[in-house]
Design a protein around this ligand. Structure first.
Ligand SMILES: N[C@@H](CCC(=O)N[C@@H](CS)C(=O)NCC(=O)O)C(=O)O
Length: 218
């Protein structure tokens, strides 16, 4: 059985929700293992043996580990085509991967500047700068996602819910932690409410023990 190592609320939610979609579509079940990032569990020798980069997610199948969200999700789509996670038409599929890759290689690392400014600057005021610029850039990314949502019918890739919808949910939750009020992105918020209500997504959120309520007005 496949096993996913995930951190509650982390980017690993993307393959986690996908595994729930697959389970609903095909009956193929999966196991999970929580990795508590705030406790440093991603840096234990056992975990580093799975992923030397010390990051979630990791998907383990037949004792072999696969890392990187885009690779894991591409594998899940090819292994379980019945789940309809990516379009089959080559051009549509490439367009979907284009959006997915942008989320993974641009939006996601922008948030890393907010969450871990110490990775990018050493002095305290320099770190504050990195964080402030990161929040501004992250908000621009969220606005771009909101403009994509205007064309969602009903999901970002069309009829089937998919990786990019799950990533959109993760990002809006993270925005709340960065003091970005979801009410200031109303179409995005309404979309994420819909994604969260999808039964597969709701199951993954319940297992992770997360909700959408990350923004606390100051
Ligand atoms: N490019 C990687 C990014 C993975 C990543 O950044 N994971 C974060 C959680 S969202 C992590 O494990 N952080 C732990 C740490 O920085 O110590 C992927 O696609 O899998």
């Amino acid at each position: 059985m496949m096993k996913l190592y995930y951190g509650p609320g982390a980017c690993s939610f993307v393959p986690h929700a996908a595994l729930e979609v697959i389970k609903a579509a095909t009956g193929d079940d999966f196991e999970t293992q929580t990795v508590k990032l705030h406790k440093g569990e991603q840096r234990t020798p056992e975990y580093l043996a799975l992923n030397p980069l010390g990051l979630v997610p990791v998907l383990v199948e037949d004792g072999k580990a696969l890392t990187q969200i885009v690779a894991i999700c591409d594998y899940l789509d090819r292994r379980f085509p019945a789940a309809g996670l990516l379009p089959t038409d080559p051009w549509q599929r490439a367009q979907a991967l284009s959006t997915f890759a942008w989320m993974n290689n641009s939006v996601h690392p922008t948030f890393t500047h907010v969450f871990r400014p110490s990775n990018f600057a050493s002095g305290e005021s320099a770190q504050e700068d990195v964080k402030a610029l990161g929040v501004a850039k992250f908000r621009e990314h969220l606005e771009r996602i909101q403009s994509m949502i205007a064309h969602a019918s009903p999901w970002l890739l069309g009829e089937s819910i998919s990786f990019v919808d799950f990533y959109a949910l993760v990002f809006l939750r993270w925005g709340g932690f960065a003091n970005i009020d979801p009410a200031s992105l109303p179409a995005y918020k309404a979309f994420v409410d819909r994604v969260a209500a999808h039964p597969a997504v709701a199951s993954a959120m319940a297992r992770e023990g997360i909700n959408l309520d990350t923004f606390k007005a100051k």
